[in-house]
Design a protein around this ligand. Structure first.
Ligand SMILES: Cc1cc2nc3c(=O)[nH]c(=O)nc-3n(C[C@H](O)[C@H](O)[C@H](O)COP(=O)(O)O)c2cc1C
Ligand code: SF4
Length: 419
């Protein structure tokens, strides 16, 4: 196991909810913002491009390209948005980051706003993050009073508002999030047009994840070469991982992306019991098995948003598959026909598993649903939600076979219901 690297994004005392919020504000150096004041917008984008920073919200899109695209739009009314919805099970790194260093995110949002010449920024927060919301509102008030919500002296008005989310996983999807900010139903509108062309209120919009924005502050403060020197090729910078499930010490771990799954589990105190598998990038991500423990958690290996849910050999794969299916079935918005119909069929397949004679037709049916969704659904929720269940069926056929025989010692309750 490699030594835990120094903490750049996290590792500070929790400031949200503490009486030291004003001391934190007063002693915050605003180094990135000061530096950005002496840079051109093109210079800032060039640094982001050279740093190799990719979005930390799941899709890993290059951040410099996104900002550049908004700058190139003819429309001059523009917005910048920080995505702090964090509605996927096991994902809590942005909460920890915001609790420890909210000014790094605000600073980057100001830099984003000035770079793309936006008139307003929004921080969209998970509904449960009340203490964070309160701290952000206070910090923004102090910043406003001191005229610090701008990165170029004398620049036009720019303000940041905080908005509470809808407590739905779907409202973290960028186009659904825009609709929520507009006061409408949080439903995806599909792409194209992309948010960089027509985002919030139909205007060009930069939307970035909370961790992505904190990484922008690091890059501007310390330079693109510093950032690019951390981590393997095409996987630059520090990355946050939310560890949960059957580990001794569930926690947010900051590491570079050469860290393997075994490293992360080791830093979290090891697996409780015997490692059976992990959902990397959450239930919408990829199934890692014991043979994958030595794989580095790079973007190419599916690290996504950095969520790692570990499960041990006391867990039944059928129960896990049911939990995943139930979650996506209850969270999908039902707006597009492929999503609606596929989620209905996926749930029926899992609910009726014990009535099937063999697993193979169930697996094939589930794989077909996933393939259809990949090609035709309006957003990524339903397609990503049906990816891991076939992987569980293939990896743990014995667990499924026991359910077909109505004979699962692990989750007897499930077998009794079907009997
Ligand atoms: C169903 C669904 C939920 C999502 N939830 C989040 C979220 O909570 N936070 C987030 O940053 N991105 C989330 N995303 C990804 C966003 O749509 C978007 O790609 C991201 O905010 C862009 O930021 P980034 O480029 O910095 O990663 C979600 C995507 C989908 C399909
Ligand atoms: S894919 Fe699912 S969540 Fe996305 S729009 Fe269609 S029904 Fe809604």
């Amino acid at each position: 196991m490699k030594p835990l690297p120094a903490s750049f994004l996290t590792g500070r005392p929790k400031i949200v909810g503490s009486p030291r919020l004003y001391d934190y504000y007063r002693s915050y150096p605003f180094s990135a913002l000061r530096k950005a004041r002496n840079m051109t917008a093109e210079g800032i984008v060039a640094e982001l491009l050279a740093s190799g920073l990719r979005g930390r919200g799941g899709a890993s899109f290059p951040v410099g390209l996104k900002w550049q695209s908004v700058m190139q739009q003819a429309e001059t009314v523009r917005y910048v948005v920080a995505n702090g919805e964090e509605g996927e099970p096991g994902t809590y790194k942005d909460r920890v980051l915001l609790e420890q260093n909210p000014l790094a995110v605000i600073e980057a949002l100001v830099i984003a706003g000035c770079t793309v010449k936006a008139e307003r920024g929004y921080i969209y927060l998970n509904q449960n993050y009340r203490a964070i919301e309160k701290a952000l509102l206070q910090l923004l008030q102090w910043l406003r009073e001191e005229g610090r919500l701008r990165c170029v002296e004398g620049a036009g008005a720019f303000d940041i508002q905080v908005r509470r989310g809808r407590q739905r996983y779907i409202s973290g999807e960028e186009t659904a999030l825009f609709r929520a900010l507009e006061g409408r139903r949080a439903e995806p509108t599909g792409r194209p047009p992309y948010p960089t062309e027509q985002g919030l209120w139909g205007k060009p919009t930069v939307i970035n994840n909370i961790e992505t924005l904190a990484s922008v502050s690091l890059i501007i403060e310390r330079g693109d070469s510093w950032f690019a020197a951390i981590g393997p090729e095409h996987n630059h910078g520090p990355k946050l991982f939310s560890l949960s499930g059957d580990v001794a010490r569930p926690d947010v771990i900051e590491a570079d992306m050469s860290a393997t799954l075994a490293d992360l589990i080791g830093w979290a105190g090891g697996t409780v019991g015997t490692f059976k598998g992990a959902f990397v990038s959450g239930p919408s991500g990829r199934l890692f098995l014991p043979r994958d423990l030595s794989l580095p958690l790079t973007i190419q290996n599916g690290c996504g948003n950095g969520t790692v849910i570990v499960f041990n050999d006391t867990r039944c794969a059928v129960d896990l598959a049911r939990q995943v299916t139930d979650f996506f079935h209850s969270e999908h918005c039902g707006q597009c026909l492929p999503g609606r119909e596929s989620m209905k069929q996926a749930k029926a397949l899992m609910d009726g598993l014990e009535n099937q004679a063999a697993l193979e037709p169930v697996l094939q049916h589930y794989q077909q649903l996933h393939a259809v969704l990949l090609n035709s659904s309006k957003c990524g929720l339903c397609s990503s939600g049906t990816g891991i269940v076939p992987a569980l069926m293939q990896a743990f056929p014995a667990d499924f076979a026991r359910h077909l025989r109505h004979d699962c010692p692990i989750c007897r309750a499930g077998a009794e219901v079907a009997a």
